[in-house]
Design a protein around this ligand. Structure first.
Ligand SMILES: [Zn+2]
Ligand SMILES: [Zn+2]
Length: 138
């Protein structure tokens, strides 16, 4: 199997204080923003920016501390020292969710959000990104 450049791509990231570092490999899966109450409460912001990655390796001095937002179903990872949000694990989804803002380089074209989750909960002064997902409907 030939690896395309996107599949071979390695990206690094970490928290603000640098205790948590990670490497992700492969293309970003379903980059999106989220306006849900959990993202707002945990993020301290009206919206969070997410992308999934199939493989993540923790390379810093510690791994994220996990907080279960839906016990047994979903948890969010953060740095207990600086508070930076890093990742999410959702039992429905095989890939790990990464807070794109934790990546060292957020400029990749494949990181541009293709949809907004919980757009009905968006603050009125910050419009959700448009849904630009390829449509499968005929
Ligand atoms: Zn930190
Ligand atoms: Zn959310």
């Amino acid at each position: 199997m030939n690896a395309t450049p996107a599949e071979a791509q390695e990206r690094t990231g970490g928290c603000l204080c640098g205790r948590i570092r990670f490497t992700v490999i492969g293309p970003a899966i379903y980059p999106h923003t989220c306006h849900c109450r959990h993202c707002q409460k945990l993020g301290g912001a009206p919206v969070m920016w997410w992308a999934g990655f199939e493989r993540v390796t923790w390379t810093g001095e510690s791994e994220p501390t996990w907080f279960e937002t839906f016990p047994g179903e979903a948890k969010r990872g953060f740095c207990p020292t600086c508070g930076a949000r890093i990742a999410a694990i959702d039992s429905d989804i095989p890939e790990l969710g990464i807070n794109v803002t934790a990546l060292d380089d957020t400029s990749g074209a494949d990181l541009v959000p293709v949809n907004a989750s919980f757009r009905d909960n968006a603050v009125h002064w910050l419009p959700p990104v448009p849904d630009t997902q390829p449509t499968t409907a005929s």
